[in-house]
Each structure stands twice: as C-alpha cells, then as structure tokens.
Write a protein that binds this ligand. Structure first.
Ligand code: COA
Length: 258
C-alpha cells in the first residue's frame, strides 16, 4: 500500500514503518495518525510479517508529538472522538512484536508511540519527553499512564509536570529504553533484535507477549493464571516437541507455528 506520510519496507519478515515528515520533525498530524492505523491493519493481515519496527525519517527526530498546527481548530468533542489512544492500544496489544527505533526527538505523541511498543532502542542523540503542559494540555495518548508504568510514578510525575526532556542515557538508566546505540547502528540493531525474536517459537512469542502485556494490567494472581493457561496451550503444540527434539539432537529447530 502507498502512504503519503509513512514509508514502509519489509525485509526478511521485518516490516519497518518510517514516519516521513522530517521537515516538521515527524510531527503526527491527522494524516499520519490515520495512516498508522491503516499500516497496522495491513501488517496484521500480512502473514509473512513477523515483527514491526517504528522509526522516524532523518537524523533528528523519531516523532515530535502531535502536530501543533492542528490544535487551534480542535475542541473537546474532537478530542473525545480522537482515536490515538486506541491506535496506541492496538500497537501495545498487536499480535506481532513491535520495536521502536528512536532516532532523535521522541516527544509527546512520539514518546507515547515509543512507549506503546514492546521494545525501545535509542540512538545516542535521542531525547524523550512529554512537554504537553507547556501548551497547557496533558499527554493524551497514554502518556500519563504508560510513562508511570515504565519508569515509576515519581519520575513520570516529574517529567510530565516539568516537561523536561531526558537524554538517551537517562532514558536508559530509567529503564525506558533497553539499549542506546550510535545512530548509524540503530536500524541494524532493531533488525537484529527482530531477527532474534523471529528465530524463536512463534506461538511462544505471541503468548509470552500476551501474558506480559495483559498480566501487567492486572494483579499478580490473575497474571499467574494467564501465564499457566498460556503455558498449557504451548505444551500441546508441535513446536514445543520440535523445540525439545532440536535441542536434544543438537540442531536448529524448524518451527511451524502449530
Ligand atoms: N507540530 C507541528 N510542527 C512541529 C512540531 C509539532 N509537534 N515540532 C516541530 N515542528 C516544526 C516546527 O514548527 C518547525 O517548522 P518551520 O520550519 O515551519 O518553522 C520545524 O518543525 C522544525 O522545528 P524546530 O523547532 O525549528 O526544530 P528544532 O530542531 O530546533 O527543535 C523540537 C525540535 C522537536 C525540540 C521542537 O520543534 C519542539 O519542541 N517541537 C514541539 C514538541 C512538542 O511540544 N510536542 C508535543 C506536542 S503535544
């Protein structure tokens, strides 16, 4: 499919979505938002695609948040009808793993997009922040909820109330990103991470993600039930037998997703 504001590419079962408005620091206007939704729908259907990587065009920005030029005409009812929370929820619950390759500013909705992904890798020049209060609004696409869950309530409140941008290193020390890389190595690292995930049992990957993402939203006891049920399902699959056989026969497993 052709998109006006996104570049998409698939290499070896890894799809990359590049937000392509570098002249506006990849700000997420309404068009980007609706195209992100369409790309997710497309990649959900494409069986061949196993992992989705999100990044931004150029070397300065992943995404600098919602497009502020669109704010003036927007009123309460438009915000109520907006679906960015839903789109990011869809990313968090997406059947296939997602990786944010944060290559510069990840502010506001850009930071929220990265936080909705399963894994965050950052280039050394990446900057994270939720600066919405400077505009007298608040993070509205999951930021007030996901940041606290990822970095702790105290740090989240400090970041949101001050609007302070943090460096890639600080984001790493907060646990907001898993790894910091030189910019030139970021996309390869994302791709390598995706390939590693793809070498595992696909049903195990899917159920591990489901158990973690769903379990995180509930109490531990319920989470443990989800984990047990997911594990029970996996123990009745051909891939579980193949995984054990391949290990014992000292060869690579040939998983079939069954
Ligand atoms: N919405 C609309 N346009 C944006 C934008 C946004 N969120 N972020 C950047 N742009 C535009 C700028 O208006 C500028 O446009 P112009 O060239 O027509 O003047 C262009 O992108 C480059 O931005 P500029 O500020 O000159 O680049 P910079 O490298 O000095 O700073 C940022 C980059 C991201 C730090 C800065 O642009 C910024 O703070 N953006 C707003 C971030 C924000 O508040 N996001 C949350 C929105 S809810």
């Amino acid at each position: 499919m052709h998109y006006e504001t996104l570049l998409t590419e698939t290499r070896d079962r890894v799809a990359t979505i590049t937000i392509n408005r570098p002249e506006a620091r990849n700000a997420l206007n309404a068009r980007v938002q609706s195209e992100l939704k369409s790309a997710l729908d497309e990649f959900r259907r494409e069986e061949e695609i196993g992992v989705v990587v999100f990044t931004g065009a150029g070397e300065k920005s992943f995404a600098a948040g919602a497009d502020i030029t669109e704010f003036r005409q927007r009123k309460a009812l438009d915000v109520l009808a907006a679906n960015m929370q839903q789109v990011y929820d869809e990313i968090e619950g997406f059947e296939k793993p997602t990786i944010a390759a944060v290559n510069g500013y990840a502010l506001g909705g850009g930071c929220e997009l990265a936080m909705a992904c399963d894994i965050r890798l950052a280039s050394e020049n990446a900057r994270f922040g939720l600066p919405e209060t400077s505009l007298s609004i608040i993070p509205g696409a999951g930021g007030t909820q996901r940041l606290a869950r990822l970095v702790g309530k105290g740090r989240a409140i400090e970041m949101i109330l001050t609007g302070r941008m943090i460096s890639a290193e600080e984001a790493h020390s907060f646990g907001l990103v898993s790894r910091v890389l030189p910019q030139g190595e970021l996309m390869e690292a994302a791709w390598e991470t995706a390939k590693t995930i793809l070498s595992k049992g696909p049903l195990a990957t899917r159920l591990a993600k489901l158990a973690i993402q769903t379990g995180f939203e509930t109490d531990q006891r319920t989470g443990l039930v989800i984990e047990k049920l997911a594990q029970a399902v996996l123990f009745d699959t051909e891939d579980k037998d193949e995984g054990a056989a391949a290990f014992l026969e000292k060869r690579k497993p040939n998983f079939k997703g069954r």
